[in-house]
Structures are given as C-alpha cells and as structure tokens.
Design a protein around this ligand. Structure first.
Ligand code: CP3
Length: 351
C-alpha cells in the first residue's frame, strides 16, 4: 500500500499524528532566491507563464523549509487575463485590470480561451509532480469569483490606493443582473481551470476569497457562498476525490453558513477569528486551516512560535492544517520562518 501524504490525510478528515503545514504565499519576495529569479523574467505574468521558472519558484520554499504542501506558483488574476481582460502588475501598486468591465465588455470575455491560454500553468503542474518530494502535496488554486470580480470591476483605478473595492460593491447593488453574468462566467471559467489543474496533477485545491469580508450577509450568500458551492459541486462531479479548501477571508459570523453550504473539505481561518470558535463552525468531518497572524511572524519570531503552539493545542482533536491567517508578508525574516517550521515539525499530537 502506498503511503498517503500527511496533508491529504488531514484534508480527508484524519487526525494525523503531526499537524501538516504550509503558508499562504510561501513563494515570493521575502525569499532572496525568488527576487533573483524574478529579475530574470519579463514581468510577473511572464514568470507565471514560463513553466520551468514557475516550477522553480514553487520549489524554493519547499527546499528551504520542507513544508508538507507546495502551492503552484501563479496568481488568481490569470483568469481575467485568459478571458481577455488586460492585467498589469504595477510595482508597488498591486495588480491592475486595464479595462473597466461593462456589460458590453462582459459579452466579449471568452471562457473558451481559458484552457488554451493557461496551458503553461498545466505544464508547470506536470513538472512539479516530477520534481516534488513524494511526501509533499501539490496544491492548485484559483481566486473565488467574487474576489476576481473585485479586481475586474475596479478597473484601471485599482491598485494600492483602493482597498475597499467600492466600485465592485456598488456594481453588485446597481447592476445585479450584469454582476450575476460576470460571476456566472467566472464560475464557469474557474471550473474549467481547476479541472485541468487536477488533470495535470494538482492533488488538492484552494479557493482564495480574499475579499469575502467586504460583503453584507445577503451579499455573502449570493456572491461568495453560491458561486463556491457551484464550483465545488462541479469539481466533485468530475473528480470526486479531490479535496478542496475554501478560504473566505473575513467571513466572520458567515463562516458557519459557508462551511455548511459550500461542501468544501476544509475551511481556511483568518487571524481575526478565534480558533476555538472556528472549530465550532465546521460541518461534519471538515478540516480547519489557519490562522497565525502573518504580522506576528514578521515582528517577533519567538512570540510567533509560542502562538503556533497555542493554535496546535486547539487542533488536538480536529482534522487540521497549520497555516497563517493570510499570505506571508514580504518583510518576513527568514529566521522567523525557520524557527516556526522547527516548532511545527517537532510537534506531535497526544504528547
Ligand atoms: O506562494 C504562493 O502562495 C503561490 C503564488 C500566489 C501568488 N498570488 C503569487 C504572487 C498565490 C496563491 C496568489 C494569490 C493571490 N493573488 C491572491 C489571494 C491570496 C491573498 O493574498 O489574498 C490575491 C488577492 C492575489 C492578487 C495579487 N497578486 C496581489 C494583491 C498582488 C500584489 C501583491 C504585492 O505585494 O504586490 C499580486 C502579485 C503577486 N502574486 C506576487 C506574487 C509573488 C508579487 C509580484 C511580484 O513578484 O512582483
């Protein structure tokens, strides 16, 4: 019998002897080897779409820290790019989608193009399955429709200055039918994209809904829960065994509904939520994943390792994966990450 990876066992609802770990945005600019390779690429999307380089970047944190899972190096905005919206990653500004989305523009977006245009991503996955250690799980991912729509609707006035995505929220209120069309299109594109990731070799999937916390409870049900449920249902139809992690950042009191209705195998927990409470929001055998504050890991390595142990104590009797409450910060000292990894590797349940 082949030994199943620790991370996959946790996602399937097992209380593993050690809690597996990885960190959101574990590849990236806090690593000098990433900055070096990034400088050889002709822009960020070029890095995402050059399979050898994207695979190398994915492997960098695994070599250094030995996480239990590697996350495919790409970005949630490759979907709007593949649909035909021009995406630009401006230094110090964050990503920008060039054209503002109107109903005319939505009619021009082409779901059929997604599989073709994202071929390099599938190639990256194939390379990674060859190169990753056999005990390391490969996670594929996509942004959730709502979060991707936030960037698309914000248009060229996006970037660091705009945090609350008011344009997207106003659009959802003012033109709900057009919004629904955009979300449906993104649901369809995301299903195609994730199916192809699994076919290429992704062993688990995560949906990032980074801006779910901006929504009112009604909007949360419509723009976060329903599209996520549609994606999970379709994936489970074609690939019944693929575990899916749903990370609705800022879900707060909506988390229990999200857990119950979407059918995800694991719920991502942000750092605003107490782990003891998050555990009560689980549905059935769902695993929890989270939730160390990435800023604590920047500011105080010792306190971060201490807090990690506290989180692990909450995981004693539930299927769980250790992670941060959001992506790793770019000024995170490598020594702090090393110390945290040492703590996590040494930990054992029931002793
Ligand atoms: O290691 C990994 O986690 C894999 C790669 C990954 C990236 N982006 C690489 C990246 C993943 C999983 C993402 C997801 C992503 N992208 C999210 C969801 C997670 C979250 O953080 O909430 C979101 C909202 C985005 C959109 C996005 N892409 C932003 C806001 C930015 C700019 C951030 C910044 O600091 O400038 C990006 C660009 C991006 N994506 C970078 C990386 C490593 C930095 C680009 C560079 O190297 O110049």
């Amino acid at each position: 019998m082949s030994e199943e990876q620790l991370f996959l066992r946790a996602l399937k609802g097992e209380i593993t002897e050690r809690v597996p770990f990885w960190f959101m945005r574990q590849a990236g600019r806090y690593l000098p080897e990433y900055r070096e390779l990034r400088a050889t690429a002709n822009g960020f999307l070029d890095l995402c779409f050059t399979p050898e380089k994207a695979a190398e970047v994915t492997l960098q944190p695994i070599r250094r820290f030995g996480m239990d899972a590697a996350i495919l190096f790409s970005d949630i905005l490759v979907i709007p790019h593949a649909l035909g919206a021009e995406v630009r990653f401006a230094e110090g500004e964050g990503p920008i989608v060039e054209q503002t989305i109107t109903s005319d523009r939505i009619a021009q977006l082409r779901v059929e193009d997604v599989s073709e245009k994202l071929q390099p991503v599938f190639k990256t996955i194939q390379i990674l399955r060859q190169e990753l250690p056999k005990e390391t799980t490969l996670i594929g991912f996509a942004g959730s429709p709502w979060t991707v729509a936030c960037y698309m609707l914000q248009g060229p006035r996006g970037g660091a200055a705009v945090k609350e995505f008011a344009t997207a929220r106003r659009f959802a209120y003012g033109e709900p039918k057009t919004m629904q069309r955009l979300i449906d299109l993104l649901v369809e594109a995301t299903i195609d994209y994730l199916r192809l990731q699994v076919d290429a070799g992704a062993q688990a999937l995560q949906l990032f809904d980074s801006w779910a916390g901006l929504l009112t409870p009604d909007q949360f049900d419509r723009w976060t829960v329903a599209p996520t449920e549609a994606i999970v249902t379709a994936l489970k139809e074609s690939h019944p065994h693929i575990p899916i992690i749903g990370f609705a950042k800022g879900a707060g009191l909506n988390l229990a509904r999200y857990a119950a209705r979407t059918g995800v195998n694991a719920i991502g927990i942000d750092m605003q939520m107490e782990m003891a409470h998050a555990i009560t929001c689980r549905e059935g055998n769902q695993a929890v994943q989270g939730n160390l504050d990435p800023l604590l890991l920047v500011a105080n390595g010792e306190a971060a390792a201490h807090k990690a142990k506290d989180i692990l104590r909450h995981f004693e009797r539930v299927p769980a994966v250790f992670n941060l409450g959001h992506g790793i910060q770019l000024d995170t000292p490598i020594a702090h990450v090393e110390a945290l990894c040492d703590t996590l590797k040494a930990h054992r349940r029931n002793g």
